[in-house]
Design a protein around this ligand. Structure first.
Ligand SMILES: [Zn+2]
Ligand SMILES: [Zn+2]
Length: 339
């Protein structure tokens, strides 16, 4: 089969490799489409948990090609997606029912072979059928939606809460929709690119256009929309300077959510006195596990709409071009790769 193979960070090619064998408890999926994510940029640069050689791609949807001898819940031709997380089940965290913290956390497309290939093999317990009404393009958003649903579980929004989110990437836009449907009163997204803010406005979400180098004007606009401050402030940019800024819009009891991926070496300044006296809650949200069923439901019922998020489509052989588009960050939202 054809697959994208990284021999080491920044060194990749499209190769003809052996199609993976389908184990007794596994499902072989013929990949239709796989989304490119910012994580794939981190993987490209070698600054993530990945091990090489590696075939990345963790946002895939496709059709069952073959099932293992013990698999009765799927058959060839089923339209499916797959939760890319693989959890050991026996480590300290797995045994205390905290599987996301698994000491042996393994993830298809990040630490093991993923969906930028013609086929991917997945343990059957992580495969999910999708309805015929859900297009493969939309289904490629199940994984990012699952991550946003995990974020919702972490944030634990209350009815009427005001929310401020910095950043308007696809996962941010998905999270904003879930917050709105999850009971938030006002959801304000602050970001610089107008075409992304237009998508949010069309979804009924308030926006503030951030002007570069005009902090005071930005602050005035953000404050005007919720003069007392915000109950929940989310960094969905992964820029530590923006995360630092989040505290500015906090009020007593606010939750500050680290949703974007900062670099491991980044630092911000926090006043412990403020955290104590204002009772700030600082919440991290990392990946997901066991959120796929709810994510499929959210997309099938249009609680989450992703129709306007796809800006580019490439064939697997044009991965280099796709990566350039994603890395540039400009004028793109979701980039999809077809195998
Ligand atoms: Zn991703
Ligand atoms: Zn484990």
């Amino acid at each position: 089969m054809k697959a994208l193979v990284y021999d080491e960070p920044k060194k990749f090619s499209i190769k003809e490799i052996e199609t993976p064998k389908c184990g007794d408890n596994q499902v072989l999926i013929r990949v239709n489409v796989c989304g490119v994510c910012k994580t794939d940029i981190h993987i490209h640069n070698g600054d993530f948990i990945s091990k090489f050689p590696l075939t990345p791609g963790h946002e895939f949807a496709g059709v069952v090609e073959k099932v293992g001898a013990n698999v009765t819940d799927f058959k060839s031709g089923d339209r499916v997606v797959a939760d890319n997380t693989v959890l050991c089940g026996y480590c300290y965290y797995c045994r205390r029912n905290q599987p996301l913290y698994c000491d042996n956390f393994y993830s298809l497309g990040v630490t093991g072979p993923g969906g930028f290939a013609e086929y991917v093999v997945v343990n059957h317990d992580k495969v999910f059928k999708i309805s015929d009404d859900l297009s493969f393009d939309t289904a490629s958003f199940v994984e990012p939606t699952a991550c946003a649903i995990h974020g919702m579980d972490r944030i634990n929004i209350k009815n009427g809460d005001t929310v401020l989110m910095f950043g308007s990437g696809p996962t941010g836009i998905i999270l904003a929709q879930l917050l709105k449907h999850g009971g938030a009163g006002k959801v304000v997204v602050a970001a610089p690119s107008q075409f992304k803010l237009d998508v949010l406005n069309n979804l009924g979400i308030d926006t503030v256009k951030i002007e570069r180098d005009n902090d005071s004007a930005n602050e005035a606009k953000i404050r005007e929309l919720s003069p007392k401050g915000y109950d929940v402030i989310i960094d969905a940019t992964g820029a530590f300077s923006v995360l630092q800024l989040c505290f500015k819009y906090a009020k007593k009891g606010s939750k500050i959510v680290v949703y974007g991926v900062c670099d491991a070496s980044d630092k911000i300044e926090i006043s412990p006195y403020d955290v104590f006296s204002q009772e700030y809650e600082i919440i991290g949200s990392f990946a997901q596990t066991h959120c796929f069923d709810r994510a499929i439901n959210a997309l099938e019922t249009s609680i989450v709409k992703v129709d306007n998020l796809v800006t580019h489509k490439f064939n697997l052989s044009d991965y280099a071009e796709a990566l350039d588009v994603v890395a540039s960050g400009k004028n793109n939202m979701k980039v999809l790769i077809y195998s």
